[in-house]
Design a protein around this ligand. Structure first.
Ligand code: ADP
Length: 263
């Protein structure tokens, strides 16, 4: 499911009272055991600074999605705490489930939070978001007439229209072909340059993590624990040329090796 995101009402359990200044998301001694008895996360300590982009990589089933759902307040932790310094949170999932009968513009506009804004303000936000993802020529079309990449851009625009301070992205480009995926990575980098939201980004792709993130968190197989946190040493703004630079390639290699070690 793609939600982008009327989360505010679900965030009551996500406490911000013990967030240190400059931090936007913080997990402390976090543990999560589902009702089925599966322990998805154990002893996770992680803080994300305001305006920082953090990528999470790890084997399938290590609790990455669980971590994002906890940040969104969609699940309650079994142990430890989650703190999020804002209620302005956008959530983007792998499948950009759009309303098939509604145009791109209506899909972006149909969010509860936007409805509470003055109509002109909401309209401006919607148009800005559509422009930001480059879909202005397709605003009146239905989702079925769009490519997979364009549908994902609608999903991004829907989240951006709320101007969220925190973006939670769960494998947002996982279902796209490689070329479209690369385009979307650059688009996200560009949006990040302009809007500087705080982001937690789950991905299977180490190269994507290094391209996008300020830090990459490597998690172990279930129960997910943090095995390493690697600072990405690459200047911003970042562009496509980075993929060929030795420093980028070295960092991808280093993190890939760490990841191999936890499987
Ligand atoms: P990842 O995103 O890293 O693939 P998940 O967070 O989806 O991992 O899942 C971590 C573990 O928790 C898996 O073993 C999964 O089967 C289990 N799990 C996820 N969601 C639920 C749920 N709602 N109920 C029970 N177990 C779940």
């Amino acid at each position: 499911m793609t939600r982008a995101t009327p989360l505010a009402d679900t965030m009551n359990d996500v406490d911000a009272s013990h967030l240190v200044h400059g931090l936007q998301v913080s997990f402390q001694h976090l543990g999560m055991t589902y009702g089925t008895g599966t322990t998805a996360l154990q002893d996770v300590d992680l803080s994300v600074r305001t305006g920082e982009m953090v990528a999470i990589v790890g084997p399938s089933g290590c609790g990455k999605s669980t971590l994002l759902r906890l940040a969104a307040g969609l699940e309650r932790p079994s142990r430890g705490s989650v703190a999020v310094g804002t209620r302005s949170v956008g959530f983007i999932f792998q499948e950009p489930t759009l309303l098939p009968w509604a145009s791109v513009r209506r899909n972006v506009a149909l969010l509860g939070e936007l409805a509470r804004l003055p109509r002109e303000v909401a309209r401006g936000r919607v148009e800005d978001a559509i422009l930001a993802v480059g879909l202005e020529d397709f605003a009146d079309q239905l989702p079925r007439s769009l490519s997979g990449g364009m549908r994902m851009r609608v999903s991004l625009a829907r989240a951006l229209a709320l101007e969220p301070q925190v973006m939670l992205l769960d494998e947002p480009f996982g279902a796209l072909d490689e070329m479209t995926r690369e385009e979307m990575q650059l688009q996200l980098l560009d949006l990040y340059e302009r809007r500087r939201f705080t982001a937690l980004f789950v991905t299977h792709s180490v190269s994507e993590a290094v391209l996008l993130a300020d830090r990459v968190v490597v998690m172990s197989a279930r129960p997910g624990r943090i095995r390493a946190v690697v600072d990405v040493d690459l200047p911003r703004p970042r562009g496509p040329e980075l993929r060929f630079e030795a420093s980028y390639v070295d960092q991808v290699k280093h993190i890939s090796e760490l990841l191999r070690g936890v499987r």
